[in-house]
Ligand binder design. Structure first.
Ligand SMILES: *Cc1c(COP(=O)(O)O)cnc(C)c1O
Length: 354
């Protein structure tokens, strides 16, 4: 009997490894998925309860009200905003909209583990470019990797999992070097946590360069990871292409309502982000004071470049009550959560150091 063949590309797909979860009944801080430690605002819970009454209906396919609210908050036209089922899905739709089979997508590495998977599934070929010192993106090398076969360059800022943000001057030089028919995707999943005054402004780059698309999400700063909602900001022609490549009714009505209420509650939510930034800087400073080599972080996580020790460090941290995310042979990413979690992580790291 012959069997249904699967695409050959699937065999080589790197797995997406979700952050560890505590076993039922065990107490541990989950610092393994860059989640927001705060529960949803009461207004968000109320909006979800409201929207729950309508789940027999399809959602608004174009998320009209949410799209307008996002556009208003960013000062761009609604025709430039495309929502999706998390910005990971939006990235897949961006690639589906522009990549022909075999086109090259230049990407930094190590970076977000969803990138190689999305590129391969789009039928494109990933061209990884090593990071520079200090876990920074090497914008010069990314530009140099562009060939006539390149259709897209992915720029993750701040970079997941290492933490630094791309600087404005680096991005300006890079955008001048990249041909105008190559799409530059600025993935700003952590933009709300950035405090580096030299950091690039993705929306300014979008305004200045027609080939720039900005990706953002409600999963991290807005604390809606479980609802799956993100968006792209693109020039209207590109946005229409991304919309055409999107899953119909991709964003649930629950997610749409929760995101709209979150935009209205932005002050309250950004106060939480400020508190997470304080914890991040405390974790970073504490680890450095213990002698760990930790790159700058402008996101809600820190990176420990532990090489071969990554997996054993993460396993021991888990036993000590903090779940962190190892990247075997490379490093460990620690998300920033509750102050108690920072305390426990620093306590564990100090014993692991000796
Ligand atoms: C978390 C993350 C996203 C967002 O994922 P969602 O699908 O919106 O939850 C996108 N890019 C990077 C680099 C991330 O770390």
């Amino acid at each position: 009997m012959t069997r249904v063949p699967l695409r050959k590309a699937l065999a080589d797909l790197p797995p997406y490894v979700p952050g560890a979860r505590a076993p039922i009944g065990a107490a541990a801080y989950k610092l393994s998925s860059n989640e927001n430690p705060y529960p949803p605002l009461p207004a968000v819970v109320a909006a979800l309860a409201d929207a729950a009454m309508d789940v027999n209906r399809y959602p608004d396919m174009y998320a009209t009200e949410l799209t307008a609210a996002i556009a208003g908050s960013l000062g761009v036209g609604a025709e430039s905003v495309v929502t999706g089922n998390g910005s990971v899905a939006v990235l897949a739709h961006v690639l589906a909209a522009v990549c022909e089979p075999g086109d090259e997508v230049v990407l930094p590495w190590r970076s977000f583990e969803a990138y190689p998977i999305a590129v391969t599934l789009a039928g494109a070929v990933g061209v990884p470019v090593p990071l520079a010192a200090g876990g920074r993106l090497d914008l010069e090398a990314l530009a140099a990797a562009v060939t006539p076969r390149t259709r897209v360059v992915l720029v993750c800022t701040p970079n997941n999992p290492t933490g630094p943000a791309v600087h404005a001057d680096e991005l300006a030089t890079f955008l001048d070097a990249v041909p105008s028919d190559v799409l530059v995707v600025l993935d700003e999943a952590y933009v709300e946590f950035v405090r580096d005054p030299q950091a690039a402004d993705g929306l300014a780059a979008f305004a200045a360069h027609p080939n720039v698309v900005v990706l953002r999400t409600f999963s991290k700063a807005y604390g809606l990871a479980g609802l799956r909602v993100g968006y792209a900001v693109a020039r209207p022609r590109l946005a229409a292409g991304i919309r055409a490549a999107s899953t119909p009714f991709g964003v649930s009505s629950l997610a749409q309502h929760a995101a709209i209420v979150s935009l209205r509650s932005v002050g309250e939510l950004m106060a939480r982000v400020d508190a997470i930034v304080v914890e991040r800087d405390r974790m970073l400073g504490g680890l450095r004071a213990q002698g760990w080599d930790v790159p700058d972080s402008q996101a809600n996580f820190v990176w420990l470049p532990l090489g071969d020790q990554a997996s054993s460090f993460a396993a021991a941290a888990g036993r000590a009550g903090v779940l962190v995310r190892p990247f075997a042979g490379d490093g460990v990413r620690v998300s920033v959560g509750e102050p108690e979690a920072t305390d426990l992580l620093l306590e564990f790291a100090s014993t692991a150091r000796h």
